[in-house]
Design a protein around this ligand. Structure first.
Ligand code: GTP
Ligand code: MG
Length: 194
């Protein structure tokens, strides 16, 4: 599959105001600063598509991007990519946190065309409670998801493998089946084809 075009569409404060649910949708979520916007840009081959930043908390709303792709048999498809705000950012008020929770929970549970959620996890760290709590909540809500271990260029391959293994091992203690997972680097453009 090749992405032929990707354009920013709209930012919405809640799921009710999102674009018409008339095509498949794939959302990206994870801790603040984990690399969601960078991964979207890498996948779409456009560095300026989603706003990235060294300051956590850059993405605040539900951001829709309209994507057109062509498959190997030349049939084209239209779908949405969604960039969501990050969780686990310490410097936000209780009020902002509550707003985030309400917005994302509403979106994740009610958005009818949502096909899959990609949960991004920083590959440099041992399993973090915020990420494990989040995937467990997706399980309770019966929202399908995959895990993307990001920033793999920032540490050694051995460290990445160790962190991926331990994250999946912690999940194994409560989950019967493990989700698909990917290892990526937006800098090296690795993991893009998979
Ligand atoms: P918020 O929207 O604020 O939650 O952040 P985000 O998850 O969208 O992260 P963003 O893509 O803005 O990236 C945060 C920082 O990490 C930026 O400085 C990026 O350049 C950097 N970054 C993202 N992905 C990678 C990666 O694969 N490798 C390296 N080395 N840096 C990365
Ligand atoms: Mg972002």
């Amino acid at each position: 599959m090749t992405i032929v075009s990707a354009t920013y569409l709209i930012s919405s404060p809640d799921y009710q105001q999102c674009p018409k649910a008339d095509r498949p949708e794939y959302a990206f979520i994870g801790r603040s600063n984990v690399g969601k916007s960078s991964l979207i840009n890498m996948l779409c081959n456009n560095r300026k598509l989603a706003k990235t930043s060294g300051t956590p908390g850059k993405t605040q709303m539900i951001n829709h991007f309209s994507v057109e792709s062509i498959s190997v048999n030349k049939s084209s498809a239209q779908w949405y990519i969604v960039d969501l705000p990050g969780y686990g950012f310490a410097k936000v008020s209780q009020q902002q946190r509550a707003r985030w929770e309400k917005m994302t929970e509403g979106y994740l549970r009610k958005r009818e065309n949502l096909v899959n959620v990609f949960v991004l996890v920083d590959s440099r760290h041992a399993p973090q409670k915020a990420d494990l709590d989040f995937v467990n909540r997706l399980g309770e809500w019966e929202v399908p998801f995959s895990i993307v271990f990001t920033k793999s260029d920032k540490t050694t391959q051995a460290e990445v493998s160790r962190n991926v293994r331990s994250f999946l091992n912690v999940m194994r203690s409560t989950w019967q089946f493990l989700p698909a997972h990917f290892i990526t680097s937006a800098v090296k453009q690795s993991g893009r084809d998979k």
